[in-house]
Design a protein around this ligand. Structure first.
Ligand SMILES: Cc1cc2nc3c(=O)[nH]c(=O)nc-3n(C[C@H](O)[C@H](O)[C@H](O)COP(=O)(O)OP(=O)(O)OC[C@H]3O[C@@H](n4cnc5c(N)ncnc54)[C@H](O)[C@@H]3O)c2cc1C
Length: 426
C-alpha cells in the first residue's frame, strides 16, 4: 500500500483543480452565511450567488473534507429506500416531491458539471444494483416496478444480461438505473467551490465556526480569525460536525464505509471488468460496491473502517472478494485505502431542522448525498431567499439524539469485521 492516507485516499491523489481558499478574518456582513464546504454548502453558495445574494461559506478544514471527499462517487437517483416506503414515512405530499426531486438529482449534478466544465471523471452510463440472493432479486423486482410506475428509466437485467454488463456471473441479476452514474467525488466538490467563487460567493477554508448567536434580527458567527453578521444561516455540517456543532454527532447513526483501489488494470482486463463503466453495489445488508476510476483502477468498498487491525482484515477481504467476483483479474495489488463516516437516521429519511428565524439545516442523507446534497443546497438557498419551509420536501423535525448511538455504531463495526473475516474464504 503506497498511500497511508486513510481519510480521502485515492480521491486526494487524483482530484484536480483544488481551489485556493483564504482563511476567514476580520468583521463582515452578508445575506447568508453557510457553515460547511461539502455539496450542500457549496451548492447553496452557488445558487445564492446565481440569484444575486451575497454569501460567505465557512469551512472548518478544506472543501470536501467531510463525506464529499471520501465517498464512492455513485450519483444515485433517489434515496436508499424504495419510493413507496418514502411515501409511507413522510406522507404523500412531501414523499412525492422528495421522490421527484431526488429522482431528478443526477440531472442537476451532471448539468452543473457540464455548465462549469468541472473535471471530475463524470460518467453517466447508469448504475447496477446487483442481486446477491433470491430475496435480493425479489426486492429489485419491487424496486423496478415502483420506479417504472413513476416513469423512471430503470430495467431489471436477468443473470446473463447482468453478467455481460458487470463482467461477473456472481449475481442473480441487476437493476440498471440509466439516470445515474459515477464521478470523482472530491473533484466535484472542488469544481462546485470554483463555480460558486466565479459566481461571486466568498468561500473560506480552515475557518471553523466556534459560536453562533442571535444579534438583533441577524446571526453572528464567530471563527478564530473574525466574525460575520448574517441575515440567514444554512448549517451544512452533516456527518463531520466540529467546533460549535460537535454535539450534532449525537444526532446521527454513525456508519463507516471503507474503500480499496487497485493498481490500474491492464487494457485487456478492463474490457471484461465493468466494461460499460457502470457503478455497482449489491443487495447484501453489508453491501459491497464496485466501480472504476478514469485510470482503470477497480475500487471496491464495504461497511467498516480501515483503522489499525481493520486495515489488514478488510484488505484481505477486498482481495478475496475481487478474486471471487472478478477472477479474470488474478492477483492484484491494492494501492489506496480510505474510509468515511456516513450520517444515517434510524428510518433512512434525511432530516430538515429549522432551529430559529432564518436558521436551517438539512442533514443525514444516509449514504446518498451527491444528488441530494446538491439539490438540498439549492432548495435551502431558495428557502433563505424568502421561501417557506414547504419548499423543502421534508417535514420539519425536532433535533433529537439517537438512542443507543454508540451501541448501534459498535454493532455495524463489529458485525462488518466478523462478516468480512469469514466471507469468501471458500
Ligand atoms: C464512505 C462514504 C461513501 C459514500 N458514498 C456515497 C455515494 O456513493 N453516493 C452518494 O450520493 N453519497 C455517498 N455518500 C454520502 C455523501 O458523501 C454525503 O451525504 C455528502 O458528502 C454530504 O454532503 P454535505 O455537504 O451535506 O456534508 P459533508 O460533505 O460531510 O461536508 C460537511 C462539512 O462541514 C464542515 N464543518 C463541520 N463543522 C464545521 C464548523 N463548525 N465550521 C465550519 N465547517 C464545519 C466539515 O469540515 C465538512 O467539510 C458517502 C459517504 C461516505 C462517508
Amino acid at each position: 500500500m503506497e498511500d497511508s492516507n486513510i481519510s480521502h485516499g485515492l480521491w486526494a491523489v487524483t482530484a484536480t483543480g483544488k481551489p485556493q481558499l483564504p482563511c476567514f478574518g476580520g468583521e463582515h456582513k452578508t445575506d447568508v452565511a453557510i457553515i460547511g464546504g461539502g455539496y450542500t454548502g457549496l451548492s447553496a453558495a452557488l445558487h445564492l450567488s446565481l440569484a444575486g445574494k451575497s454569501s460567505i461559506l465557512l469551512e472548518a478544514n478544506d472543501v470536501g473534507f467531510g463525506g464529499a471527499g471520501r465517498n464512492v462517487g455513485l450519483v444515485n437517483a433517489g434515496l436508499w429506500l424504495m419510493p413507496e416506503d418514502v411515501i409511507s414515512l413522510v406522507g404523500p405530499d412531501h414523499g412525492q416531491a422528495l421522490i421527484d426531486g431526488l429522482g431528478a438529482s443526477p440531472d442537476l449534478v451532471y448539468g452543473l458539471i457540464e455548465k462549469y466544465k468541472i473535471q471530475c471523471e463524470a460518467w453517466r452510463h447508469g448504475t447496477l444494483h446487483c442481486a446477491d440472493s433470491r430475496a435480493g432479486y425479489r426486492a429489485l423486482q419491487q424496486r423496478e416496478k415502483q420506479w417504472k410506475d413513476r416513469g423512471a428509466l430503470v430495467r431489471l437485467l436477468d443473470r446473463d444480461e447482468a453478467a455481460e454488463k458487470l463482467g461477473t456471473k456472481a449475481y442473480l441479476g441487476a437493476l440498471l438505473d440509466k439516470r445515474a452514474g459515477t464521478i470523482q467525488p472530491l473533484a466535484y466538490a472542488y469544481g462546485l467551490a470554483r463555480a460558486a467563487q466565479d459566481e461571486g460567493a466568498q468561500i473560506f477554508a480552515k475557518s471553523p465556526v466556534t459560536s453562533l448567536e442571535k444579534e438583533g434580527g441577524s446571526w453572528r458567527l464567530t471563527t478564530p480569525g473574525g466574525s460575520v453578521l448574517a441575515k440567514s444561516v444554512i448549517i451544512a455540517v452533516q456527518g463531520y460536525p466540529e467546533a460549535a456543532f460537535k454535539d450534532q454527532i449525537d444526532n446521527i447513526v454513525p456508519f463507516n464505509y471503507f474503500q480499496f483501489a487497485t493498481k490500474p488494470l491492464g487494457k485487456e482486463i478492463l474490457k471484461t471488468v465493468l466494461p460499460g463503466q457502470n457503478g455497482a453495489w449489491d443487495t447484501n445488508l453489508l453491501l459491497s460496491s464496485y466501480r472504476l476510476d478514469a485510470t482503470g483502477r477497480l475500487i471496491i468498498g464495504s461497511v467498516g473502517n480501515v483503522e489499525n487491525f481493520a486495515m489488514g482484515l478488510n484488505g484481505a477481504w477486498a482481495k478475496r472478494s475481487i478474486k471471487k467476483v472478478f477472477p479474470q483479474i488474478g492477483e492484484v495489488e491494492l494501492e489506496h485505502a480510505w474510509y468515511g463516516r456516513i450520517a444515517m437516521t434510524t428510518n433512512h429519511i434525511p432530516r430538515f431542522h429549522v432551529m430559529g428565524e432564518n436558521l436551517a439545516m438539512v442533514t443525514c442523507y444516509n449514504g446518498r448525498g451527491i444528488g441530494p446534497g446538491t439539490v438540498f443546497g439549492k432548495l435551502l438557498a431558495q428557502y433563505m431567499m424568502g421561501g417557506s419551509p414547504k419548499d423543502i420536501p421534508l417535514p420539519v423535525s425536532e433535533i433529537t439524539p439517537v438512542s443507543m448511538r454508540f451501541l448501534r455504531g459498535l454493532f455495524y463495526e463489529a458485525g462488518s469485521r466478523l462478516y468480512h473475516f469469514v466471507q469468501n474464504r471458500i
